[in-house]
Ligand binder design. Sequence first.
Ligand code: CP
Ligand code: NVA
Length: 309
Amino acid sequence: MRHFLDLATPGKAALRAILDEAHRRKAARAGKPRGAVDDDAPLAGHVLAMIFEKPSTRTRFSFDVGIRQLGGTSIVTSSSDMQLGRGETVADTARVLSRFVDAIMIRTAAHETVEGLAEFGSLPVINGLTDLSHPCQAMADLMTVEERLGQSVEGTCWAWVGDGNNMAHSLIEAASVMGFDLKLGVPHGYDPDQAVMATACARGGSIDVVRSAVAAVEGAKVVVTDTWVSMGQADTKDKASAMKPFAVTPLLMSKAAEGAVFLHCLPAHRGEEVLDQVIDGPASAVWDEAENRLHVQKAIMLWCLGKIG
Ligand code: CP
Ligand code: NVA
């Protein structure tokens, strides 16, 4: 059974196959209406369950449009509308959904919920964001960088600035699996998870935490940030003041490598982690990055269902 819970387990060959499929399918359907099915309709007859415990715009729309473009259909629900929301166990939910649908995409707080569905179901489970990680978004980031730089991500130099959060964790895993350098500029007290860092470094990744935004971006071809306050986190004055020197400004972008690309998974808090001049400026690839959620997730679904790789 192929699950997509993190970026370490599938391995480099699988991630490469997913990226290649996403690039190929994006090019193949250029100019088609958004709702048109891909010529080969590879998931005709398949149903994807999408379960949301937290809000979502990009993940919701891209998975829903994506499964339709592959010829399949979806059922979209919030966990509070399911018996899961009033105490039915994750294990029993997994067993029941396995009788109705072909795959589950879930966005939830506890990573253990995603792992539990995978353990007790008999169908692929896709992590659509947990407090620990956001692997689908990281795959869209890799795809976008390959488009912008016109080369594989392997050997490139990335900077993360801001909070050591779920997005940072997935990019740390991506760096260690795909083989690119990642410097994280993170204030004291907001480091990425130690276990995620240790596992990635043991895998051989060139991943460092530094205490200044400038030190993180120097030489980087890719600069990435995210909200300072993730869904479910406390918005404190202390955190805001610790994060302030890590805002992505035009001056900070000027310290990165020539032609550096700016990424943000969105939603952005303009004037906080990024200024308008950057997110709306020529270095920004954020709208392509958002669109690429669609293309990469189609490839993830195809990989999970054994159609590629
Ligand atoms: N980037 C991302 O996952 O966006 P949503 O929260 O809108 O799904
Ligand atoms: N780190 C953010 C990502 C949103 C897509 C959050 O978890 O809220």
